[in-house]
Ligand binder design. Structure first.
Ligand code: ADP
Ligand code: MG
Length: 326
């Protein structure tokens, strides 16, 4: 799964006559998905190497697909596993989002995610109600804490899974890097989670598409709407594309930590706009679990904007949102 290929760099627009720096684009694969970074740099530097290093840094910290990452070692109760600054930051932010969402967001869902087969062990039969019940003992943010970088668990069978926030956090890290290099106009997108600053190559706010929530391959992606975005982040969680099929039934990859089951309601897609992408990513997952009504309440209290797409009784797509697309 983890394949390191240096990102591809190309010029989006040749430098103009007035000598304004060109927009550069980096494209590649990371964290099991694709990424795209567009930026305007006065020196027109190629950032593919530092970008690649940042991806590796996060993998070493939070990847469940790397058996030697900090998170994997913590999950195995390796006594030498110590949280790095990124793990610690994501852990803290996760705790805040968990508190604000009544526990709908919970990175201790690891054992349930594994039982339902969304992680690295695929192809197992779905867990029985008795198994789900017994696994729930090993889930709950109140039962884990970080102390001097060491993960303290109420039970050694507890496991953490940061997949619902790590992508957003990585987008923030890449954005911070670009900003520190002096870039003011950029877009960072990783697996559909996006953060932008300044203007695009047309001198306008960046335009971000939200996919129509329909199952199918990832090549043909009709858009539900397009959102102008500048200086903010947008993340989407969907119950329509990522799922596992068990005995002919589709299960969403978002799990309600309170029940131990994947969500089943009619909310198909939840997008969140927040100042940073870790926040947007975490809330998008939490809101998908919570459904529209509760999400709208919490979003308002937290100053977040949401765009939810759900199926009506006739199977049509309906939108409830607190921001407008175009
Ligand atoms: P995507 O952006 O790929 O749609 P999400 O950000 O919604 O994905 O994250 C989904 C992943 O998060 C799941 O595959 C699982 O590993 C983990 N997860 C599932 N349910 C929860 C939850 N309630 N709280 C935190 N993480 C979860
Ligand atoms: Mg998420």
């Amino acid at each position: 799964m983890i394949k390191y290929v240096l990102p591809l760099l190309f010029f989006l627009m040749p430098a103009c006559r007035d000598a304004a720096p060109a927009y550069l684009q980096l494209e590649g694969q990371a964290q099991g998905t694709t990424f795209r970074i567009v930026y305007r740099d006065s020196l027109e530097r190629d950032f593919s190497k530092p970008v690649d290093s940042l991806f590796r840094l996060i993998d070493r910290s939070m990847s469940l697909w790397d058996s030697t990452s900090v998170i994997s070692r913590m999950n195995r109760n390796d006594p030498g596993a110590v949280a790095d600054e990124h793990f610690t930051a994501v852990f803290r932010r996760s705790r805040e989002v968990s508190a604000a969402t009544g526990g709908a967001f919970d990175i201790s869902v690891g054992p349930l995610v594994r039982a339902w087969g969304f992680s690295y062990k695929k192809g197992l039969p779905p867990p029985t109600p008795a198994q789900v019940d017994s696994l729930r003992q090993f889930v709950g943010f109140e039962k884990i804490r970080l102390e001097n970088g060491i993960l303290i668990k109420a039970d050694p069978r507890m496991e953490v899974d940061m997949n619902a926030i790590a992508q957003g956090y990585t987008v923030d890290l890449l954005s911070d890097f670009l900003r520190a290099q002096g870039c003011r106009d950029y877009l960072v997108e990783l697996g559909g989670e996006v953060r932008t600053a300044g203007k695009n190559e047309q001198g306008e706010p960046w335009r971000i598409g939200i996919d129509k929530p329909i199952a199918g391959d990832t090549k043909d992606r009709p858009l539900q709407t397009i959102v102008p975005l500048s200086g903010q982040a947008l993340a989407t969680s969907g119950s329509y594309r990522k799922f596992v099929e068990r005995d002919g039934k589709k299960y969403s990859h978002a799990i309600d930590p309170h029940t131990g089951y994947p969500i089943t309601h009619q909310l198909l897609s939840m997008s969140v706009i927040a100042p940073d992408c870790a926040t947007a990513d975490a809330y998008a997952t939490a809101f998908l679990v919570l459904g529209l009504e509760k999400s709208a309440e919490i979003a308002q209290a937290q100053g977040l904007k949401i765009y939810g797409i759900y199926a009506d009784a006739n199977g049509g797509l309906q939108v409830q949102s607190t921001f407008e697309g175009r």
